[in-house]
Each structure stands twice: as structure tokens, then as C-alpha cells.
Design a binder for this molecule. Structure first.
Ligand code: ADP
Ligand code: MG
Length: 404
């Protein structure tokens, strides 16, 4: 389907391009007063038509940035050549005003800004040249109404900028939307796959772990292999952890919800994790500024907070402090922040965050953040990460709430 659409678009592109080329060739040969006179201006016109035509024809094959720049630069040269070589065609001045519109087609910010600035410099240069070389009489359109021309020029540039601004804003929004849809689709597929795989693996794993624990506790058993049993059990426990995280992804979406007090929920999670933080002398500071209730499934809120705070502890250096705050914002929302001063993340790492199995830890599952995003979205909340490599991370979670 997509391929057919692309083919259709390509057909339309070539139809338009061939029409344009035909018009340009017509301009060269049909009743052209300079035809066959060996005029420099005419030769420049001819060269521009040839280069521009070739670039436009091969563009869909290569789609390279060099070709885009060439098309815009040669088109600029072409329109200026038309303007200077054929002063009797009055409308070419208007075409010049709109040259930067070509770069809007390519949605290239750098190209657009270069083109609009270059065009402004060129236009001032060309008009100065006309005036100072005493050729005003050749270009009556330009010099007879200077104020009118300046006003039209400024207006056209503002108009161009507005078209570019709104088009690029729209495209950015569409890209974001597309990313969100892709992300949601990935979560759904991962969830379904997780449920199927986790169920199959969980039972045999429990049986194996049970037997290993029995052997470990069996005092009569004396075998050199017995020393490795704790390690085997620990590895199985890690696998179990991955599976239970995976299973939580495929949890039914219509879980029972209740009004949960944020203060109580945060305190119970931080108390639980306080001892985990003590391994590395990390203290968890809690600052609750409001008494808010959110409508949520208690277990899921718990799981969300545990995952985020655990990540903060794991990212912290020895002795680093973690701060958990909650306050009401915009009247009917509560914002929970988990702030650490640990290793932080680079923009590239931030972009990968939340992708299934993305983890930089040797024993990480890479599922925590994805599960959190899933829970937050389910209750119409939002989750945002702010991080700087080496300086720490702030996770801000926002939920609609009721005030007590
Ligand atoms: P896991 O904790 O099992 O690795 P997560 O999905 O919870 O999986 O996190 C994925 C990765 O994101 C982590 O491995 C870590 O690199 C990064 N990360 C998450 N939270 C933080 C944080 N607060 N500071 C620095 N890195 C973080
Ligand atoms: Mg984690």
C-alpha cells in the first residue's frame, strides 16, 4: 500500500517536473530575442536550465542534501539571470522575491534560512548595481516605485517566513504523533508477547528453583556442586524478576481503582526502599506539600514509585541523596518528582529510555521505565525526564487529582 502510494507520488512529481522543464526549454527557444546571438546572459540562462533539469530529474533517486542545496542555488541563479538578462519581462522581480519558497518544499531549516538571507543580500546588491551603473531606464518596474517595491519585498519575506513556520510546526507535530503511535503499538505488542512467554517460562522455573533450594538445605548432601547452588538460585531469582515485570505489562486494563492518598503511598514506598538505599549510604528525603488523592490501582501506583525511586538509587553515587516531592499544580493535578544527583543521562540515552530491554545495568531488565510509562498513560498522567550526564536526573510524574 505504502509502496503504491510512493509510486503514485513519484509519478506526480515527474509529471510536474517535466512540465516545468518543458516551460523552461520553451523560455529558451520560443521567440527568445537572444537566441543564436552568443550572448553571455543567454548562455548562463541555458546552463541554469540544463543543470536544474538534471538535478530535478535525479533528485528522487539520491535525495541527498547536496542535491537539495544545488537545486536551490541553481534556481536562485536562474531567476536572477532571467531578471537581469530579460529586463523587458516585468514579472521576474516577483519571482525573485519568492525564491526561498523552493527550500520550503524540502523542509530543511538550514536551507531555508540560508536561502532567505542570501536572497535578501542578492536583491539589495542587484538593485544597487542597477542604480549605480545607471541602468534604471532598463528596469522601470524596479525603480519607478521604490517604496512600493520595498513594501512588496518585505511583505513577501514575512509571508514566506509564516508559511515556513506553520509548515515546519505542523510537520514536527505530525512526527511526534507518529512516534507516539509507534510507541503505543510497541507497548501493546510487547505486552501480548510478554504474557505468552512469561506464562510458559514461569512454571518450569519455579520447579527448578524449588528443587535447588531443597538441595541447598539438605545437610546430608555433600557434593562439590553444592557451592554453586546459591549462585544458581540467585540467577533464577533474577530471571523470575524479569518475568514478573513482563507479566505486569500484560495485566488487564480494567483493574480496580480507588482513591489513594499520595502522602501515604510515597511514605510506604520510601520506607520500603530506605534499606535498599542504605547499601550505598543513599538517603531518601520526602517533602509532601499537599494532601491529594488520586484515583488509581494501588498496586500499580506502588510499582510505579518503586521503579522510579529504585532507578534513582541505582544511579546515585555513594552517599548521594534522593529527594521525593509531591505538590499540587494547576489546581487539580498532583506532581510527584523524584530527584537524584547521580550519573544522569546523555540526550542519546534519554532518547532510548523506555524502549523494551534498554538497560545500562549488568543486572537490569530494561523494563522498568516502559512499565512506568504504561501505568502513567493508563491513568491520564504524564511522565517527563530531565537529565544531564554527571549531574543527576529529575523525573516528574503528573496525575489528575482530588484535594482532600
Ligand atoms: P533497569 O533499571 O532494569 O536497567 P529501567 O527501564 O528501569 O531498566 O531503566 C532503563 C535504563 O535507564 C537504566 O539502565 C539506566 O541506564 C537508565 N535510567 C533510568 N533511570 C535513571 C536515572 N534516574 N538516572 C540515570 N539513568 C537512569
Ligand atoms: Mg529500573
Amino acid at each position: 500500500m505504502e509502496e503504491t502510494e510512493t509510486r503514485m507520488n513519484l509519478k506526480r512529481y515527474y509529471l510536474i517536473i517535466y512540465l516545468l522543464i518543458a516551460l523552461m526549454i520553451m523560455g529558451l527557444f520560443y521567440k527568445n530575442p537572444l537566441l543564436g546571438k552568443g550572448d553571455i546572459g543567454y548562455n548562463l540562462h541555458l546552463m541554469c536550465v540544463v543543470i536544474l533539469s538534471v538535478c530535478l530529474i535525479i533528485y528522487p533517486i539520491y535525495r541527498s542534501s547536496i542535491l537539495r542545496w544545488m537545486i536551490v542555488l541553481v534556481a536562485t541563479l536562474y531567476f536572477y539571470a532571467m531578471f537581469l538578462v530579460y529586463p523587458e519581462i516585468g514579472s521576474t522581480i516577483l519571482l525573485i522575491y519568492f525564491i526561498p519558497a523552493i527550500s520550503i518544499i524540502f523542509f530543511d531549516k538550514k536551507l531555508f534560512y540560508t536561502s532567505i538571507i542570501l536572497n535578501q543580500v542578492l536583491i539589495v546588491g542587484v538593485i544597487a548595481y542597477i542604480v549605480f551603473s545607471g541602468q534604471e531606464s532598463l528596469y522601470p518596474n524596479v525603480t519607478s516605485d521604490t517604496i512600493g517595491n520595498i513594501a512588496t519585498f518585505i511583505g513577501s519575506q514575512i509571508f514566506l517566513y509564516l508559511i515556513f513556520y506553520f509548515t515546519s510546526e505542523r510537520i514536527t507535530k505530525m512526527k511526534e504523533y507518529y512516534e507516539q503511535v509507534k510507541h503505543a503499538e510497541r507497548l501493546k505488542t510487547t505486552g501480548e508477547l510478554a504474557a505468552a512467554v512469561a506464562h510458559e517460562i514461569r512454571n518450569p522455573l519455579t520447579v527448578v528453583k524449588g528443587y535447588l533450594q531443597l538441595y541447598e538445605q539438605d545437610a546430608t548432601l555433600d557434593h562439590p556442586m553444592k557451592q554453586s547452588l546459591p549462585l544458581l538460585i540467585e540467577e533464577l531469582e533474577n530471571a523470575e524478576q524479569v518475568i514478573s515485570q513482563l507479566l505486569s505489562l500484560s495485566r488487564p486494563t480494567d483493574l480496580k481503582t480507588e482513591s489513594v492518598d499520595i502522602r501515604t503511598a510515597i511514605h510506604s514506598v520510601t520506607e520500603l526502599l530506605q534499606s535498599y538505599g542504605l547499601f550505598n549510604s543513599n538517603k531518601i528525603e520526602v517533602v509532601i506539600e499537599s494532601d491529594s488523592l488520586i484515583e488509581i490501582n494501588k498496586i500499580e501506583l506502588h510499582q510505579l514509585l518503586v521503579n522510579i525511586i529504585k532507578n534513582a538509587i541505582e544511579a546515585s553515587n555513594a552517599g548521594g541523596e534522593i529527594t521525593v516531592t509531591a505538590k499540587e499544580i494547576e489546581g487539580n493535578h498532583v506532581e510527584i518528582k523524584v530527584i537524584d544527583t547521580g550519573i544522569g543521562m546523555s540526550p542519546e540515552e534519554l532518547a532510548l529510555l523506555g524502549k523494551p530491554f534498554y538497560s545500562l545495568k549488568s543486572k537490569g531488565t530494561g523494563l522498568g521505565v516502559m512499565i512506568c510509562t504504561n501505568i502513567v498513560e493508563k491513568y491520564n498522567g504524564s511522565i517527563n525526564y530531565k537529565s544531564a550526564k554527571g549531574n543527576g536526573t529529575t523525573v516528574a510524574i503528573c496525575f489528575p487529582c482530588k484535594t482532600r
